[in-house]
Design a protein around this ligand. Structure first.
Ligand SMILES: Nc1ncnc2c1ncn2[C@@H]1O[C@H](COP(=O)(O)OP(=O)(O)O)[C@@H](O)[C@H]1O
Ligand SMILES: [Mg+2]
Length: 293
């Protein structure tokens, strides 16, 4: 039984002429333990899909079964409970609360679970240690670097021991060294048997994934199984769609990261993804980006 089962899921925003179809009849099964990378141009529906799967928002049409149970008709409290118990979120920019310490931020999701304060902080401490930040427990977010904040956010996402981790561009704002740490953490979480869904613009990061979905205009245009350690075919092709500034930043980060990322075998040639995009497509992607603002 798939852990996530979507059938003809659609999400529309707005009304009449101003309707945006953010997701159009997406059907998708994700098995427990998959590491799914989700790619695609800006506005293609990646975040909307993550919000549906993460129960942060409801579909307009279609059905969603999580662990075999229909969730689209749950009442808000029941949804919140399922979300809290099963799903951990990591967003692009850290969503830490500024007036709480790192430790308190990590402990936050436990507050609703009827554990004593002492017990909560102890668990949070252990989790901070796991992400290598026990020495920053009493720092406030503004005293931490971007990479440290993101690791605190991951610690918070993991504190409830969720089956599914949803990471929406988790390395989007990070330098290469921090990206690397964050990805290694996600890899560990995956190796422990959890299911990971990660939105990324960075083709290199598909090395961590066992499957790559490529979205266009609210649909899954391509669904590819990939070997862990290898860059996915569709990811290489998709570079042409990535906004150029992000792409360049990513690729710089990438060259620094490539060493040490798990590789499938030495006979797998490393593809230089920065040679892929044709100039015409680049121009188009830049226009796309401007159009977005
Ligand atoms: N809250 C919203 N209200 C109206 N339109 C939205 C909203 N959220 C997303 N959209 C639109 O839905 C489409 C998909 O957006 P999104 O899922 O954020 O794409 P991505 O994450 O791939 O960049 C876009 O056209 C976007 O403008
Ligand atoms: Mg998005």
């Amino acid at each position: 039984m798939p852990v996530i089962h979507l059938e003809d899921l659609s999400k529309l925003y707005g009304f009449g002429d101003a309707t945006t179809v953010a997701l159009e009849d997406v059907s998708l099964d994700v098995e427990k333990g998959e590491f799914v990378a989700i790619m695609g141009p800006s506005g293609s529906g990646k975040t909307t899909l993550m919000n549906m799967i993460g129960l942060l928002d409801r579909p307009t049409h279609g059905s969603y079964k999580l662990d075999g149970k229909s969730v689209e008709k749950l009442r808000p409290n029941a949804r919140a409970k399922v979300r809290r118990d099963k799903i951990g979120f990591v967003f692009q920019s850290s969503s830490l609360l500024g007036d709480l310490t790192a430790l308190e931020n990590v402990a936050l999701p436990l507050a609703y679970k009827g554990k004593t304060a002492g017990r909560r902080l102890k668990l949070a401490h252990a989790m901070l240690e796991r992400v290598g930040l026990s020495n920053r427990a009493y720092y406030f977010p503004k005293q931490l670097s971007g990479g440290q904040m993101q690791r605190v956010a991951i610690a918070r996402a993991l504190i409830n021991d969720p089956d599914i981790v949803i990471a929406d561009e988790p390395t989007g704002n990070l330098d290469s060294a921090s990206s690397r740490l964050v990805m290694e953490l996600l890899r560990e979480v995956h190796q422990m048997g959890n299911t990971i869904l990660m939105v990324t613009h960075n083709p290199e990061l598909t090395r961590y994934a066992s499957r790559v979905l490529y979205m266009i205009d609210g649909s899954v245009a391509r669904d590819e199984s990939t070997k862990i350690g290898e860059i996915a075919e569709s990811a290489v092709e998709s570079v042409a769609f990535v906004p150029k500034s992000d792409e360049e930043a990513d690729l710089e980060a990438v060259s620094a990261m490539v060493e040490g990322i798990p590789k499938a075998g030495d006979d797998v040639p490393y593809r230089r993804v920065n040679k892929v995009s044709a100039p015409r497509k680049r121009a188009k992607s830049v226009k796309r980006k401007r159009g977005r603002k």
